[in-house]
Design a protein around this ligand. Sequence first.
Ligand code: GLV
Ligand code: GLV
Length: 328
Amino acid sequence: MTRSNVYVTRMIPQQTIDDLRQFHDVEVNPHDRALTRDELLKAVRGRDAVITLLTDSIDAEVLDAAGRGCKIFANYAVGFNNFDLQAATERGVIMTNTPGVLDDATATHAWALLLATARRISESERYVREGKWHGWAPMAFIGQDVDNKTLGVAGLGRIGSKFARKAAAFDMKVIYTDAQRNPELEQRLGATFVDKETLLRESDYLSLHLPLLPETHHYIGAAELAKMKRTAILINAARGPLVDEKALVAALRDKVIWGAGLDVFEREPELEPGLSSLDNALVVPHIASATIETRLAMGKIAVDNVISVLKGEKPQTCINPEVLRSMA
Ligand code: GLV
Ligand code: GLV
């Protein structure tokens, strides 16, 4: 196999880069930051394959900048709302993501947000570090029970179903909504299908596990927040624009809902003004898949996809399979 020329838009685990270098020439963005648009357009030029991050917007302009020799854009993420699939398909360019390997890490992280928000972990830890703790207090940092409550899951896909499964440990009632019912999964998870209205009204904890699509943009806005319990907690470790962040800040400030645990934001890395000063919002920087094992596994999928495609073989996790039809 002749060596091809692969670009990686930001450092990913060294081991995965080393694996790729056994077969191909690899150049990695040398900066510890995302590339600017201009840098990206220049960096992809003449490459045979590119490994990208969810912060790189890959559209017709980038595909054309890469040129006709570029066979694959492999996203180092399961989400691919940063990819223009149609533009890639029209140009015969393969696009891939990293599904499966991050389901548990992401679902567990959503649980970490849920538990930390319910028990006010971040807020009370700040209090201790700031030297404000002067002894056990009967009414300090009163949170909410998790056990035996109702857990609402919006989107019972790969990550949502892993998330729902872990609710058994807390004896919770699980309700969910999705574009489609999945009776087999319902049975396995002990989950009940409800409409969105019921999910909003009945959930004590509501966690979002939907892909970002035009129809899921602002899935939770002012009208939805108003239907939720005043004691409810919203969890989002999926995509920021699923939630109207301005409406959420107002709802948290006015105690329309009790709290929110957020891993993702509408305009990362910017936060809606007012959000970071609210004690009932837990905010962390999009780290749901950030574990050693998971990031290695994501890197391995991205690299394996690139190696397969450059060999003329089908990749494991193609997200625009129409382009594969012409392949043997
Ligand atoms: C992370 O947000 C991912 O989509 O992998
Ligand atoms: C709390 O520490 C208790 O003993 O109730």
